[in-house]
Write a new protein. Structure first.
Length: 192
């Protein structure tokens, strides 16, 4: 229980930052406005609106695909974060796995894939020191702390992989089980 609380306290600021980092744009407000306009217009114009949305969707998909091929220039801090990313086939809960590999052409970029997903991610600096990789176009985030990692899709609002552990993270998790860190809820020695 203590290790769960400690893990939660370590991960809580990261999750709060992740939840707060979803940008609010005019595009997010458009679906509601479009729905109001569509209900006010005659039914005959709805197919034309559907046609105009198709090229926009294709352009958005092309933009997302372009984000994968265009190399984002990384700062020295982001390159330092990239050095700490665990790579390889990483086992997750429920028999799932995630493959994390360095991008062949772009330093500091990573490809993360698994069953039903594939992302190209770049490091993002955090205030907590947590390793965070993002694919902003897809809304995917890979978070790595000392004893586990997780993959989330912010656009869908779900975790794609949880309790993922590289061999190094597994060793840390086992050490925490054998010698749990003191809980923030435990009284401090010498205090009354």
């Amino acid at each position: 229980m203590k290790s769960f609380i400690a893990s939660f306290l370590l991960l809580a600021p990261v999750l709060a930052l992740a939840a707060g980092s979803t940008p609010t744009t005019k595009a997010a407000a458009k679906p509601a406005a479009t729905a109001k306009k569509a209900s006010a217009k005659p039914a005959a114009k709805k197919p034309a609106q559907a046609k105009s949305k198709a090229p926009a969707a294709a352009a958005a998909a092309a933009g997302a695909a372009g984000a994968v091929t265009v190399a984002q220039a990384l700062t020295p801090d982001e390159l330092a974060i990239a050095e700490r990313v665990h790579t390889g086939r990483i086992a997750c809960e429920l028999g799932a796995h995630v493959n994390v590999s360095k991008h062949e052409q772009h330093a500091g970029h990573f490809q993360i894939d698994g069953k039903g997903f594939k992302y190209e991610m770049v490091p993002v600096a955090t205030t907590t020191g947590t390793v965070r990789l993002e694919d902003k176009a897809a809304g995917a985030v890979w978070l790595q702390i000392a004893n586990k990692s997780m993959l989330m899709n912010q656009k869908l609002g779900q975790r794609l992989a949880d309790e993922c552990m590289s061999p190094e993270q597994f060793q840390v998790a086992e050490a925490i089980k054998k010698n749990p860190p003191p809980s923030v809820l435990d009284p401090v020695a010498g205090s009354k």
